[in-house]
Design a binder for this molecule. Sequence first.
Ligand code: N01
Length: 847
Amino acid sequence: MGSHYDVVVVGAGFAGLYAVHKMRDELGLDVQAFEAAGGVGGTWWWNRYPGARCDFESIHYSYSFSEEIQREWEWSERFAGQPEILAYLEWVADKLDVRRAFRFNTRVTSTTWDDKAARWIICTDDGATCTARFVVSCVGGLSVAKEPEFPGSETFRGELYRTSSWPHEPVDLTGKRVAVIGTGSTGIQVIQEIANEAAELTVFQRTPNFAAPLGNEPVDLAQRRWNAEHHAELRAGSRQHMIGVPYDPPSGPALAATPDERRRIFDKYWDRGGFRLLVSTFSDVIFNQQANETIAEYIRERIRERVKDPATAALLCPTDHPYASKRPPFETGYYEAYNLPHVHLVDVRSAPIEAITPTGVRTSSKSYEFDVIILATGFDVFTRPLLNLGLRGRDGLKLEDRWANGPTSYLGVQIAGFPNLFVINGPKSAVALYNVPLATEDNVNFVAAALARAIADKTATFEATYEAEEAWGRLCEGILNLTVIPHSKGSWYMGENIPGKARAAYFFSGGAPLYRAICAEIAHVGYGGFALDRVSAPIPPMVRLDPAAALLLGSMLARGMKPLDELNLDEVRAVAESLRELQLPGPAMRVETVEAPRARIYIPDRAGPLPVIVFYHGGGWISGSLDLADAPCRRLADENGAMVVSAHYRLAPEHSFPAATDDTFAALSWVWKHVSAYGGDPGRIVVMGESAGANLAAVAAIRARDAGIPLAGQVLIYPPIDPEASTASRTEFADGPFFTRAIGEKMWGAYLGGAELTELAAPSRASSLAGLAPALVLTLELDMSRDEAEDYAGALASAGVPVRLHRFDGLFHGVFNMSAFIPRVREMYASIGEFVATCKEQITEAA
Ligand code: N01
């Protein structure tokens, strides 16, 4: 066998160059790299077609890891063309001196895991073989062209080109009859570029696309210098943005805006160019079909304005898929090209292409003659480039068998069954919607840290577990299903552009901040979800998130949310109040206000006397308000046909223990005595609270029992029970999601204010729990107070109290206030509804 290396890197694009640098120069590893092309550049080496350019601004679509590289390179255009990007990558390769690590014009043909040696055996098309402890695939997601589906291409007597392997020599199209097949990002760039060059240009379009202006322009010398010098501020915030560029955040939901407001915002970002139209306009266009239709129709209007012939304009207007459900393309004069008399649009949806003939193209309705045919028909994305490495993992497992039902991976970085194989920007990574160079750097940095750890610990095998892959797959699918993306047909996003390819989520669509936070958590907890020498670490909480909860967390991160425990008191209070924006609005109803004790009484329009819910808001005893509880109380009143009394209580640290418990119990006593005056039934009172409010409700239930106040039930929504409880969930969810152990401890500390811990603060410490009202305890899988709440439910049951315990998977502390964004909160309301109904029945039966 040939040479032996620490790492083999495959591919010399953005990922491969940085990976070699990182592994070789920073980790000091012995790295061999292979590249099928004759030079560096990856996709920018191959895709030399006319008009090829990036559609993220070049100051963002470039490396960020090196201060020197950022300072020295100056981009001549806002969105650089392929020659300039290739020149940049060649310059970077020289600067990092990474070319010598590569064998160019060398294709990896098989990659086989040797379990005994715990090494990969890599064979290349030059007949050589080598071994490596780690393989880092940098082969890219869109690097293998879709196989042509048209028979007869070999018979064509003219020139036939594929955009993805365009000749290095200039192709002269002047005076020629040219066909372009495909109107994706590539086809659009080609068409607009060559429209003025070809004598006749015929575009074969199967699906019209929503193309929006790119907004490209030259960058003058002074601006170039300024950009190079100010890269830090230009790029600040990029990684915290959903797609990895510091664009404006959206202006709230489109459906909440007036048509005029929508038009103004769409115009603004249409003019500014690029992805801004998607990410800076409205927050709901990617999630809500109706909202999406507002932007789709806007784009259609703009197309109709620009294309003179109404029939051609109609053909160019997409109507069969939501905007951005396919990867949005960007254009410069694309639509105007169709106003040229020699540019023709042929609809191959109604009359499909049947064959390429010796003289041109034959559709089901007509034959066309051409001198040149250009195929811009897309890529076999994400999976094919890896399958082409001929991967065989543990026990000879073939990657094609592993992926028979669609791609699987953990973070897009590893595939279970393929130890020590790391993938940069693999299937189910965030790259499809995350500025490629930054996504690449993130992945390479993650992999380099994993390698460093494995080397330091002398770990022979580092691999994703099947369970982690499944959890990651569920999260990817779940998030994608919350978007409009699955409503597209034939998109590479879902693998549907390739006949017979499995339909699946091919990428993580939760955005860069969430993806980065998840990767950081995984590394922080010692590579949770990975097995090191076959010993697996548990799958971290963020991978187990409910998809909607994950998305919400991602958007909080994108807005720069700091961990709660780093906030001061005023900030915590502001965050608590801001949760109101995350609640579904409550229905209108009569609301009475009481001053002593302070409370709001929500009275639904039903025949009384009504059962009564006494509700205590959450907020860790230090924050929260009657306003925070307003929408939930309306909903509880409406859904349960109950009067809801939302009780105020004094907050710590200004008023520490026992102020809150005294206030809440006083409110309950008042309700018992006075609620009949408002139409409530004092014999049917359920005490209820959320979070700290649930702790207060549990204590109020004990005090009510002791004071002889009859209660029909108690509903404890993820209650903190005892600050000294030593439970697994306190450890496992110490860092969140969202609610951390540190903020929990701060809240308990402020509430207790140094007081001794008694049953009036920690209800589990009551001398007896017997005789308490029936309880519903709602807990959340990813909540540090989960176990103490469940232990309390167990203690209640042991004391003979009828108890229902309902745990909600994938949710974190606080979600009750996030009903507008986490649909499954309705399951919590449903559970409460069932319980309140039984409380009512039990009381009726007892009576
Ligand atoms: O490929 P595509 P692409 N008969 O799959 C048509 C990136 N990129 O190379 O939609 C007739 O999007 C197909 O029609 P339909 C970017 O991520 C970036 O254009 O399947 N037509 C479609 O019109 C992009 O998304 C830049 O009905 C057939 C086209 O071919 C990704 O690469 C520039 C057909 C394929 O569109 C892929 O874009 C370029 C058939 N049998 C690319 N088969 C930047 O600006 C396929 N088509 C950075």
